[in-house]
Write a protein that binds this ligand. Sequence first.
Ligand SMILES: [Zn+2]
Ligand SMILES: [Zn+2]
Length: 117
Amino acid sequence: MADCELCGVGRPTLCPVKPDVPRFRTAYPTGMWLGICEECTNACHDANSIRSRANGSKCNLCGRKGEQLYAVETRVPDFSEPYYKDKVAEICESCLEAAENAYNKRQAELASHTGHH
Ligand SMILES: [Zn+2]
Ligand SMILES: [Zn+2]
């Protein structure tokens, strides 16, 4: 079980995303992997097509500051009706693109699974 870096949900498997974060290059020369849940890759994919600018100052995913951020509407499971909460995450462009890659990879995976029938 691992927690989604974006919405905090615990999932058995997460989609790996690797944003290009200059300030982490010394600590993580090969890039830094972050795990986000499938719902969040979908949310990021939507956000990537809408590109609604957010006013925050810090990326909710990689923690980078001073970048233009984009709003990602995620749903966080909740214990009371309607069993989720809307949450708007703000992430930078490189995270958005990294998540988009993860989304495309996931869609390709899903397509190849159904394609074997
Ligand atoms: Zn998530
Ligand atoms: Zn970021």
